[in-house]
Design a protein around this ligand. Sequence first.
Ligand code: WTA
Length: 657
Amino acid sequence: MTSSVEGQNLDSSLRENRVFAPSAEFAAKAHVKSLEEYEAMYRRSVEQPEEFWADAAGELEWFEKWTRVLELGEDGSGNGAKWFVGGKLNLSHNCVDRHALGARKDKVALLWEGEPGEVRRLTYGDLHEQVQRFANVLKGLGIKKGDRVAVYMGMCPELAIALLACARIGAVHSVIFGGFAAHAIVDRVNDSECVAVITQDSSYRRGTEIKLKAIVDEALEQCPTVKHVVVYRRSDTAVKMKEGRDIWWDEALLAAEHECAPEWMDAEDPLYLLYTSGTTGKPKGLVHTTGGYSVQTYLTSKYVFDLQEDDVYWCTADVGWVTGHSYVVYGPLQNGATVVMYEGAPNWPEFDRFWKIIDAHKVTVFYTAPTAIRAFTKWGAEWVRKHSLASLRLLGTVGEPINPESWMWFHREIGKERCPIVDTYWQTETGAIMIAPIPGAVATKPGSATRPFFGIVPEVVTKEGEPVPDGKGGLLVFRTAWPSMARTVYGNPERYEKAYWVEIPGSYFTGDGARRDADGYYWLMGRVDDVLNVSGHRLGTMEVESALVAHPKVAEAAVVGRPDDLKGQAICAFVTLEMGHTVSEELRQEIRQWVAKEIGALARPDDVRFTEALPKTRSGKIMRRLLRELATTGEVKGDTTTLEDFGVIAKLRGDEE
Ligand code: WTA
């Protein structure tokens, strides 16, 4: 861990003093109507957490009730905690059956728009049928409770159906973002020994076809555990089907039985794996379990998005990331909401696609990322102003700190100064929202995630774990256990402990810097470790470095982030070459492409800077602070192919880390 806090927005957020209270009209209809009500609920949630979470869990259906709400870990901390011990439930039952067999049978569950423009509506009744039939397809392939199933798809209803069908039979899904390259699939599939892959022929993005099945084929040459591939027919593009391994989704579904009773899952049975970047070269497969994850995604969706029966809810995240798991699929569906899903890019065919979708489907709640808002701002408000957006009543952001000016733009141009904005702070590891305003109750300040969700106890501490006074920056930790926390890293419990529980003993360490102001509002300041946040996507510097050194001409590499107006952070790679290779613009491009091919386009370095040697301390540690400084302030313009003479810089500064 380094001590520097890369708070790109720190300066402006420190000066921020605007406050926006919810309108009386919004508050009157909200689940939580006043600050007093929020504070009373919050107090109860932390003073009597078991009673609070038991009430929340009681709003869902359980096949068997739990015997204990919370069992802390051996050392009395959240490390090793279990929730709803002994309880039995099934998340697909709570997302689908509960509504389909009740009053919401004909209510639209998924409202999908393809990038080329098709629209499909699936009611809860439809979803009930499709999920059961697809669950039977999986069963027919011999997939059973506990088996890992990789999902590599674009945004379409079948992606949600695939997840729900896995959850129904107790198979553990592992979604791999459709923008990742074959290599990334190989690592993830092999790490958890997946027995099957669910994919589709292709998906549309920015007018072109992303040939997902072909990428799966390439990856599976190196994945011996995969016995089956199910291919959803999205575009009818030509694909190769491997005899004995690959089947078509539609054909299998036709032959499948209609009814499939949900598996009775133990509250602590794994629900899914999701790989995310950390501080080493290999992404880690975080394990989420069934009971606690269900309860907290349900409750946060209900209160933070203030979901009401007639809402049309749209979270623009891809299901390849945790936001899509918790807030496209599981959270809103448990609440019986109508969920919008869009397949493609926000600027296709023109820059106003999102605003067209909002007007066409009368979207009421719109949840997106700061990086998207920065792009909208750049494209210009005239694209927004062509549309009414009158249906919107609540906005949300997630994934990175939002700078106050982007917040104001969102508030003014999209929310028309009428819609509260919920800036939601959480992580893949936390499973669900941790810090965010309850919109009818808590006034917002641009750039602050505001106050903790019920049951959550954040604290800002020093490296030694001592509380930091309000107004000062420090490390963000969580003091108590919460239901949706990831339980472990798949196959590597030591890594889980080391990454989250060792740094600040007794607390969960987020890896983020933050400060709390005098009103108890939290201001996130960015990662304090070697994790980058590029366009809201998490990437480890080591992960990119591993890909770089895998290039035959690269000897050593060091990757740092530098602030970027659009992406939040841009990737800057310092590279030394193997003997006998010369620096050229061509090689620079080749190396950038190489990383895109190894990991995915999102990891393509923005800058590749060649150097004769990397600046290192006497003990051989790369001096990242120096590199970060250089990447941030140093001139990258001009001849980027020249060598940096770090030896000289280091000598001049006498700098050591
Ligand atoms: C960052 C995404 C500031 C943070 C749900 C965290 C945020 C990482 C916010 C997790 C926010 C997420 N304000 N920073 N509202 N939300 N982050 O695992 O650095 O993809 O640790 O989960 O994103 O990213 P992840």
